[in-house]
Design a protein around this ligand. Structure first.
Ligand code: GLP
Length: 234
């Protein structure tokens, strides 16, 4: 793992967007995208840039189950608002948490992933070490699946909803094997609340209890962190 320390989230976003641009210049065609507060500064830099993504395909990691696409907290809405409204992409895929047949939605997404190998995957990290919505205990061999969100994740994400009871309890997510199949991975983490997860990811044992620890096995990972997120590292 290559670790890049940055002074703050803005600087991290600058690094993130430079890695996107370099990948594009090296022929990357498909980008794996993430949501949450962490990748926002990267998307802001991409929006402000004149990088041309019109031939690029995007594939998002995850989506809540049962939140309408135009719900302000859905990941469809997030991507539309923060990136797609201003940057044109050739085609964008997000898991379909509104499909009445979730088994079909899973099959569809696995097909999309098989047809569009990801060149660069951007990731945040959950406070419990989750990536995408792959919660602790998820098999490293997993593909697209439905997850029951842990109480820790529901609590962490409640800040975006009026009431904690409004937070969906399930999500549809790319699996860990799908994330590991990306040619390059960039994981960003900012703030003290991520320090424990960052330490476990980088210095802890490789274990399904800490989903992000699997990244130690990937040959091309860049971790972009601020001082607070790095504060527990040796
Ligand atoms: C969410 C998302 C993850 C994200 C994580 C951290 O649950 N499913 O993809 O990385 O939580 O979110 P944030 O960046 O807002 O801290």
């Amino acid at each position: 793992m290559k670790i890049i320390k940055v002074v703050n989230q803005q600087a991290g976003g600058q690094q993130g967007s430079e890695i996107f641009e370099a990948a594009l210049n090296n022929g990357a065609k498909t980008f794996g995208l993430a949501t949450g507060s962490t990748p926002l500064s990267t998307y802001q830099h991409l929006v402000a840039s004149n990088i041309d993504f019109s031939k690029t395909v995007t594939i998002n990691l995850d989506e809540y189950v049962g939140l309408a696409y135009d719900h302000e907290q859905s990941y469809h809405y997030f991507m539309q608002t923060n990136l797609f409204a201003t940057k044109k992409f050739a085609k964008s895929f997000i898991p379909d948490g509104m499909n009445a047949n979730l088994e079909q939605a899973i099959k569809n997404y696995d097909g999309i992933l098989a047809n569009n190998p990801i060149d660069l995957q951007i990731l945040g990290i959950g406070e419990n070490g989750h990536i995408g919505f792959n919660e602790p205990g998820t098999s490293f061999d997993s593909h697209t699946h439905i997850v029951d969100l842990t109480p820790s994740t529901i609590k962490a994400n409640a800040r975006f909803f009026e009431n904690i009871t409004d937070v969906p309890t399930q999500a549809i997510t790319m699996g860990i094997a799908d994330i590991m199949a990306a040619k390059q991975i960039v994981l960003l983490a900012f703030g003290r609340q991520k320090a424990q997860a960052v330490k476990a990811m980088i210095e802890g044992p490789i274990t399904e209890t800490v989903p992000a620890s699997v990244l130690q096995k990937h040959v091309n990972v860049v971790v972009i962190i601020d001082d607070d997120a790095a504060s527990l590292l040796r």
